[in-house]
Design a protein around this ligand. Structure first.
Ligand code: LLP
Length: 420
């Protein structure tokens, strides 16, 4: 388990590359990812048989290729996530399946792709079982079970319980097994994901529900997936969950099932944030420093079009300053950090239920850089073109070298699909 980080308010480099030089070479706003950190996080999870990356967290092809080369498999939640996985070189078939389609519905394109490529499907609704049964009888499937409870870092990221639309309600498992049988599908896997960024207690409760569900399904089960949801520390003082303890609980569950069934059960985990969050930094240039009554604002060129988590969930992201003069000054200013959008909520320093809050940061001026940290997961992939702002560039740093992995969106690309 990694050491809990302490965040500072000055950062002159990312993975050995100077932040001002990154901004000078690639412009701002730009997402920068530290490849070594992703690999480190993958290795933390080595006890699990399969680490299946929830690519929704950060699906750049270069990142997908990087995790694939580390032996990680991938989850896809949409037709184009399937196509991304294929484009990044994941095989279609294998044991365990390299790509799993996990969703609550099949849109028509996703169903066609799953059939065309014979992909393994994790069904999150009885309707998916019916539709797959009609199109591809004889397939092996996983069922995503909603165990009746959930927990996330915010109500919006809680994916279990009666208020959640996700998965198959646990009390309907029996009916779904009959449905699978009637459609000539074999249930070989079970999956539960109760929410993103939750705590160890809630994560561990899933083990009991999984054991109960697996016993109900019986000997056809070959794989159980603990889902994702592993939290990461976003602020000094927060810690990681005890991964050893987490694994032990799952391993014990798996062993009991192996004893009951008399065969091996593969144990999967499906993290998104844990692999990508801390590796990613959003760099923005400060373009205005202004006072509003007693409040001081640093206004940069990245907004919630680039990183939506603060406005969506009141999520906290550490922010540090890279001054162009290289000085690392004391955090002596109380600052509100905002972006360029024509909307008052375009503030990075806000908290859940709150609107704006100030943060102690070093003095800075125009041209200095904001480094918004722990932004690798649900950062770029949730960005938009609001206010006709271009999508940011993405850069990967490997072995001290930075390379562009997605060029900044161009105006021509931005309007290419529009017709007058
Ligand atoms: N597996 C399934 C089926 C999921 O729905 C998710 C996340 C994951 C795995 C990965 O969860 P993670 O390990 O990253 O917590 N936009 C929100 C997070 C929404 C996640 C939705 N599902 C955020 O920025 O916090």
């Amino acid at each position: 388990m990694p050491q809990a980080p302490t965040f500072t308010t000055s950062r002159q480099e990312i993975a050995g590359v100077s932040v001002p030089s990154l901004a000078a070479e690639f412009g701002t706003p730009t997402y920068v990812y530290d490849a070594a950190k992703i690999v480190e996080r993958i290795n933390d999870l080595a006890s699990f048989d399969v680490v299946r990356y929830a690519q929704k967290a950060c699906s750049n092809l270069a990142i997908l290729k990087l995790v694939r080369e580390q032996g990680v498999m991938v989850d896809a939640v949409s037709a184009w996530e399937i196509r991304r996985a294929l484009a990044a070189g994941f095989d279609k078939h294998g044991d365990p399946p390299p790509i799993v389609y996990t969703a609550d519905i099949f849109d028509r394109e996703a169903l066609e792709l799953c059939i065309e490529h014979g992909l393994h499907v994790n069904c999150g609704s009885p309707d998916m079982i019916r539709q797959l049964g009609e199109a591809a009888p004889g397939s092996e499937i996983t069922l995503r079970i909603n165990p009746g409870f959930g927990h996330g870092h915010s109500q919006k990221t809680n994916t279990g319980g009666q208020q959640s639309k996700h998965g198959i309600w646990h009390e309907q498992l029996g009916n779904c097994l009959l449905l699978a049988d009637a459609n000539n599908l074999s249930v070989t896997g079970l999956h539960m994901h109760i929410g993103s960024g939750t705590d160890l207690d809630h994560l561990s409760q899933v083990c009991d529900s999984m054991e109960k569900a697996a016993l109900e399904v019986g000997r056809s089960i070959k794989t159980i997936s603990a889902g994702g949801g592993l939290p990461i520390p976003y602020n000094s003082g927060q810690t990681y969950v005890d991964l050893d303890k987490y694994f032990e609980l799952w391993d014990a569950t798996r062993k009991r099932l192996e004893e009951s069934f008399g065969h091996k059960i593969s144990l999967e985990i499906e993290p998104g944030r844990y692999l990508a969050a801390e590796a990613g930094y959003l760099i923005a240039e400060i373009r205005a420093v202004k006072e509003m009554g007693t409040n001081l604002f640093y206004v940069g060129d990245a907004g919630f079009n680039n990183l939506a988590r603060p406005i969506m969930y009141g999520a906290y992201h550490p922010i540090s300053i890279a001054r162009q003069d290289g000085q690392e000054l004391e955090p002596s200013n109380e600052v509100i950090v905002g972006g360029p959008l024509c909307e008052s909520g375009d503030i990075f320093t806000q908290e859940e239920g709150g609107f704006v809050s100030a943060r102690k940061l070093p003095p800075a001026t125009i041209g200095d850089l904001l480094v918004i940290e722990c932004a690798g997961a649900y950062g770029y992939c949730m960005s938009s073109n609001y206010n006709s702002k271009p999508l940011a560039a993405e850069v990967l740093v490997e072995d001290g070298k930075a390379r562009l992995i997605r060029r900044r969106q161009t105006f021509e690309g931005f309007i290419a699909d529009e017709m007058i």
